[in-house]
Design a protein around this ligand. Structure first.
Ligand SMILES: Nc1ncnc2c1ncn2[C@@H]1O[C@H](COP(=O)(O)OP(=O)(O)OP(=O)(O)O)[C@@H](O)[C@H]1O
Length: 240
């Protein structure tokens, strides 16, 4: 955990016995997880291990699951959505939107949205104000979506693969943008396969396999204990 972790705060995410099946096939199988505010947590796992399913349930966009879930002090629903900023892995903005249209839409939807901050991030990423999403590259669209998600003053940020499909130089810019806009008392849960890229920003990691937690801990402690990077640890654990 980072030095900013507040150990006495209640968990920002508390999950007990979370089970979700799609047509009888389990995607999450009795998952338990407690995550505290004040940290960036990497959610990692092999394909189909349940990362997106977990994030969608936490975000309140996926129903019909069993177990208990508390996020930002509420069960997933309208109250939690007001305090949880979710960045899904798929594009979710209308193609015709230019950045200012998306900013206006976010301002209408979310009370905690800071439009000035979003504009700053759009400039920080060097995005064109006069181009619609349809006319932007994949990396540009991702940067715009991150600008919007990070410009909410949320208690929890859930980012699903925020840097997939962008070039390595852009990944660094995106991560810097995320970091500089992250409040110290918030919690960020970020799923990614690009472990090497996020290695320097995550305080702790959760490795999923088969819908349960395979390994969890502080990034520094895991590196020290195993004597390898998180990337190398992932490869070792999942090859076994
Ligand atoms: N809409 C759906 N209908 C049926 N099965 C689904 C659906 N979404 C996910 N699944 C199944 O649930 C399991 C977990 O999928 P999920 O997308 O949560 O994994 P993931 O860890 O995010 O994977 P990846 O790393 O490939 O993105 C997989 O077996 C997948 O086939």
């Amino acid at each position: 955990m980072s030095e900013h972790t507040l150990p006495l705060s209640p968990p920002a995410i508390e999950v007990r016995g979370l089970t979700k099946a799609y047509r009888g096939r389990p995607a999450l199988a009795g998952l338990d997880l407690s995550l505290y505010p004040g940290q960036i947590v990497g959610l990692m796992g092999d394909n189909g291990s349940g990362k997106t399913t977990l994030l969608k349930i936490l975000a309140g966009v996926l129903a019909e699951w069993e177990g208990s879930v508390q996020i930002a002090g509420n069960a997933p629903g309208a109250a939690s959505k007001a305090q949880v900023s979710f960045l899904p892995d798929a594009s979710f903005l209308p193609d015709a939107h230019k950045p200012e249209d998306s900013i206006a839409q976010y301002a209408r939807f979310f009370e905690d949205f800071d439009a000035a901050k979003a504009r700053e991030m759009v400039d920080f990423f060097g995005l064109p104000w006069d181009r619609s999403l349809k006319e932007m590259s994949k990396g540009m669209r991702e940067k715009l979506q991150i600008s919007l998600a990070m410009s909410r003053r949320a208690r929890v940020y859930l980012l699903d693969e925020p840097i997939s499909g962008v070039d390595p130089a852009s990944r660094d810019v995106i991560l810097r943008g995320i970091l500089s806009n992250f409040a110290e008392d918030a919690l960020m849960l970020v799923s990614t396969h690009l472990i090497q890229d996020v290695e320097s920003i995550v305080d702790s990691v959760v490795f999923l396999r088969g819908g349960t937690v395979l390994l969890q801990g502080s990034a520094d402690e895991l590196r020290e204990h195993h004597g390898v990077s998180l990337d190398a640890l992932f490869r070792k654990v999942y090859a076994a």
